[in-house]
Write a protein that binds this ligand. Structure first.
Ligand code: ATP
Length: 334
């Protein structure tokens, strides 16, 4: 597509979707660049899935527009849009073989029969499922089924792939493996991925940029480090990672738990003294909640490798953090 380079892969302008009285998506503006891995992150009910379904064409907007590579597709039916969707439950046809499931997408797009077998083989190879074409979905593991769903979505070589919590049904270890694999697949294929998740760790670790949703609105768009280090508002600071929110005069500031040390403050440090309220051993780190007079409670994370003695509930402790680790909430452009 000649103009794919000049235009964003996807551009949403003033996009809204109402279901009766419910405003699921509230006048959002969003641009996703060609080849980006872009996450839509937010709690349940924040409008992520509805936004994805609007891009796919399964829902029509109440107002606003959707552009794909510079063309307004707001009124187009799903099958005319150059996008494909991978659903959380994979939506594989149980009675059809893996190869037939993948081929189905090609039939819908009227790809000639002589080209289909090769395209199916290529798609299965791209998700490391060579030789599995003859099996039924019931004869596969959860992770393999997930990859069949990916192959089926990729076989049409869409310019944009939409993924709705695609790893949600997998157990934790498999989910972590698939996160890495999905990222590699996206880089190899060079396709724009728009990925819905409510898991902030997943969004931060996988995406080039992400949009944080709350109550149908986009709260902030940025790279993972921008979102984490410079949250635009209190919601983002609280939802993305654990943040200590401190009121400093009229300013709201955050200090991340891993930036606080168990030590008396020295030059240039801020600090507090408090009493340990609870202790959570998390493997790589131990997390403490410390009640202080000045700041109410602070969450502190200390690496377990550093040899410091474990604290007990009720211990009195000094806390210190450097002035540069205080981040004013809202100082980043939203
Ligand atoms: P989840 O992570 O739980 O999927 P989400 O962020 O994807 O949440 P949406 O599914 O987009 O959120 O829902 C946004 C709001 O719109 C919710 O209040 C939801 O109840 C409502 N909603 C979504 N689809 C419909 C529908 N078909 N009819 C009525 N209300 C709907």
């Amino acid at each position: 597509m000649a103009n794919a380079e000049q235009h964003s892969a996807v551009r949403l302008r003033g996009l809204s979707k109402h279901f009766g009285d419910v405003v699921a998506v509230d006048a959002i503006d969003l641009e996703v660049g060609a080849g980006e891995f872009f996450a839509l992150l937010g709690p349940s009910g924040s409008g992520k899935t509805t936004t994805l379904r609007l891009i796919a064409g399964f829902e029509l907007p109440t107002s606003g527009s959707i552009e794909l590579a510079g063309h307004d597709i707001s009124g187009q039916p799903p099958f005319e849009r150059d996008v494909n969707t991978v659903f959380q439950d994979y939506a594989l046809f149980p009675h059809m073989t893996v190869a037939a499931n993948v081929e189905y997408g090609l039939k819908v797009k009227r790809v000639p029969k002589r080209d289909r077998a090769r395209r199916v083989e290529e798609a299965l190879a791209s998700v490391r499922l060579e030789g599995y074409g003859g099996r039924k979905p019931s004869q596969l593991s959860g992770g393999q089924r997930q990859r069949v769903a990916l192959a089926r979505a990729l076989v049409n070589r869409p310019s944009v792939l939409l993924l709705d919590e695609p790893l949600g049904a997998l157990d934790r270890k498999l989910r972590e493996d698939m996160q890495v694999e999905l990222k590699h697949l996206q880089q190899r294929a060079g396709i724009t991925f728009i990925f819905v998740t409510h898991d902030q760790g997943e969004a931060l670790s996988m995406s080039d940029r992400l949009a944080v949703f709350h109550e149908g609105r986009v709260q902030q768009v940025g790279t993972p480090s921008e979102i984490y280090e410079q949250p635009a508002n209190e919601f983002v600071a609280g939802f993305v990672g654990t943040a200590n929110l401190l009121r400093d005069g009229t300013d709201l500031v955050t200090v991340r738990p891993e930036r606080i040390r168990l030590a008396a403050p020295s030059n240039g440090d801020d600090g507090a003294r408090g009493v340990v309220e609870y202790v959570q051993y998390l493997g790589a780190v131990t997390r403490y909640r410390v009640r202080t007079g000045e700041w109410s409670s602070l969450v502190v994370e200390v690496p377990n490798a550093d040899g410091s003695a474990a604290l007990q509930v009720g211990d009195t402790v000094d806390l210190a953090w450097s002035g540069t680790d205080r981040q004013r909430v809202g100082s980043a452009p939203a």
